[in-house]
Write a protein that binds this ligand. Structure first.
Ligand code: GLY
Length: 389
């Protein structure tokens, strides 16, 4: 989020400094890079936000590639969501946006899929981007090319306010270990799962995810397979990214666990049995920034001058394009317009729907169904995630 917003602001002519404690912690380096508002079964305002972002991804990627000179690894490959029964398929919240598949069609779209799956939905409009190897680097290069400054290794310890309660600056610890003040009247908090450490009013908490990758034969799988609790994301070179556990109870506990890794292995065996024989490449984990309704916090914060772009939970890579546009325009309404800017009315509706304080004032809750992912934890009707404890 930080890089995506810095990039849009720089394109609009704003000077930007990115403060980052440890870049490898960013969810953008951990995620599988699915662009999956339909496969995730999003609902209500979150589906709308996801669809708006999905539409903007090709132009957004083209900007990043033109500005930074390296590929983002966008792959509009479609996503298959398998189900044990036709009835479960037809109940899926986004079924109306997908092509229904019977077993024969499922085998054509996902050759080698396990025998448990008798039906599916194909979402051709969904896809993936190679976030770990390409997108994050491409974004960094685009930012650098546009003059964005970086202080990598600088941890913001405190937000500082003036006598009127507006943002005055931050106190930070530099990579060298010195503490100092940095004056700032405008900033965007993109602290992911750690956001509430700086602003405790924010209802953001970590949901740990463990991942792994396997090296498959090139072309073995073309489409992403998005099963309950496990998904398989084939990169163009045959690397298969496998995700992900969903562990709100783990808090910020670092590390892989035998249980988490076994869950992924079981998911692979059920979805694509042949992949259980493919050589493992990497294993890693990270922390999704979750909120009580699993939708992001976007727009103004309780501190004047401080803006929010956090809480994107399972959909950060997908939502980066729309988030960067919304925040870019909000922070710099006079800046040069970016191709494809959303009409102002839609922008303000979206910012209103994802206000940080929507949980306290029911009258400003997003309209429609609770905006949440449908397949998290392997159930079609997952309850909203609650903060642990
Ligand atoms: N976007 C999938 C996940 O968070 O696991």
């Amino acid at each position: 989020m930080g890089l995506a917003i810095a990039h849009q602001l720089a394109r609009r002519g704003t000077a930007v400094l990115v403060l980052s404690r440890r870049r490898s912690e960013a969810a953008g380096f951990v995620a599988a890079g699915m662009l999956a508002p339909h496969a995730e079964g999003l609902q209500g305002s979150l589906l709308e936000l996801g669809q708006q972002s999905l539409q903007r991804i090709p132009a957004w990627v083209a900007q990043i590639e033109a500005d930074g000179g390296s590929s983002c690894g966008l792959r509009p490959c479609g996503i298959v969501v398998p189900f044990p029964t036709i009835a479960e398929r037809d109940r899926y919240p986004t079924a109306a946006w997908g092509q229904p598949l019977d077993r024969a069609a499922l085998e054509r779209e996902a050759p080698g899929i396990g025998p448990r799956w008798q039906a599916g939905l194909l979402f051709e409009q969904d896809g993936q981007i190679d976030n770990r190897r390409r997108l994050m680097r491409a974004l960094e290069r685009a930012c650098v090319a546009l003059g964005v400054a970086f202080q990598e290794g600088s941890e913001v310890l405190e937000l500082q306010q003036n006598g009127r309660g507006a943002l005055a600056g931050v106190r930070l610890r530099t990579a060298e270990g010195d503490e100092r003040q940095l004056p700032a009247r405008r900033a965007v908090l993109t602290g992911g799962a750690w956001s509430a450490r700086l602003l405790p009013q924010l209802p953001v908490f970590p949901v740990k995810g463990q991942m792994l990758s396997l090296q498959g034969p090139r072309q073995a799988l073309r489409r992403v397979i998005f099963g309950p609790g496990t998904y398989l994301v084939p990169r163009h070179d045959g690397l298969l990214v496998v995700g992900a556990t969903s562990e709100p109870e783990a808090g910020f506990a670092d590390g892989l666990t035998p249980f988490g890794q076994r869950q992924l292995q079981d998911g692979i065996a059920a979805l694509l049995p042949q992949a259980s024989q493919w050589p493992p490449m990497e294993r890693w984990w990270g922390f999704r920034p979750c909120t009580p309704d699993q939708a992001p916090l976007l727009g103004p914060s309780p501190i004047e001058g401080l803006w929010l772009a956090t809480g994107h939970h399972r959909n950060g890579v997908l939502l980066a394009a729309i988030t960067a546009e919304l925040l870019g325009v909000a922070l710099d309404p006079e800046g040069g317009s970016v191709e494809q800017d959303l009409p102002a009315g839609i922008r303000s509706c979206l910012l209103e729907a994802f206000r940080w304080d929507r949980f306290m004032a029911p009258s400003v809750s997003p309209p429609g169904a609770s905006p949440q992912s449908a397949r998290q934890s392997g159930t079609v009707n997952a309850a909203p995630v609650q903060p642990p404890g």
